[in-house]
Design a protein around this ligand. Sequence first.
Ligand SMILES: Cc1cc2nc3c(=O)[nH]c(=O)nc-3n(C[C@H](O)[C@H](O)[C@H](O)COP(=O)(O)O)c2cc1C
Length: 200
Amino acid sequence: MEFAEVVRRRRMIRHFTDEPVAPEVVDRLLAAALRAPSAGFSQGWAFLVLTDDEDRARFWPFVPTRVEQTPTMQLAPVVIVPLAHKATYLERYAEPDKGWEDRAEARWPAPYWFIDTGMASLLILLTAVDEGLDACFFGIQPDQLAPFRAEFGIPDDYAPLGGITVGHRAPDTPAQPAAVDERRRGAESVVHRGQFGVHG
Ligand SMILES: Cc1cc2nc3c(=O)[nH]c(=O)nc-3n(C[C@H](O)[C@H](O)[C@H](O)COP(=O)(O)O)c2cc1C
């Protein structure tokens, strides 16, 4: 698929069938994630991959909103939870070529561990579309994080960003409300040319 077509087609799809996704496709989703850029080439990320029915059944109780509002989301045969690992960045930037030996978080212009893991997540979303599949990134609410971590043995220093479902879109998926496209902000309001506030 043409790259522009992949970008155009990518939508957050919340209704899936239970049609399986081949293991090699899951491997390609993850391989794409590992091609993401990362600050200092730190690669401070990890991915919890849930493809067994039993494992996904253990996962969904931690996302009650999605279960209640979009129950067919649970049919997606693949759930990937991207995890950001801040300590990897602090250690990497304490190395001689970076020199931030104090490991002070105040030095960071932005939390690159979240940015990089987010970039990896986007590559998963785009690769899903390229594979003829659909996907959705969704949040795990703060009150669910501790029990979710406990259930899956996620160490405290790995921060879950959310979940990504990947699968085959349900044939009766409700059309994306026109309001989504109407609300998509245009270049005239968010692109500033040469000076902030200049949109022409
Ligand atoms: C960081 C992030 C968190 C999101 N959280 C949720 C969520 O918890 N539930 C959900 O249904 N969609 C979630 N979305 C999807 C957005 O609602 C969606 O991207 C937006 O409405 C634009 O629609 P589109 O991606 O289909 O173009 C999230 C997207 C991002 C990038």
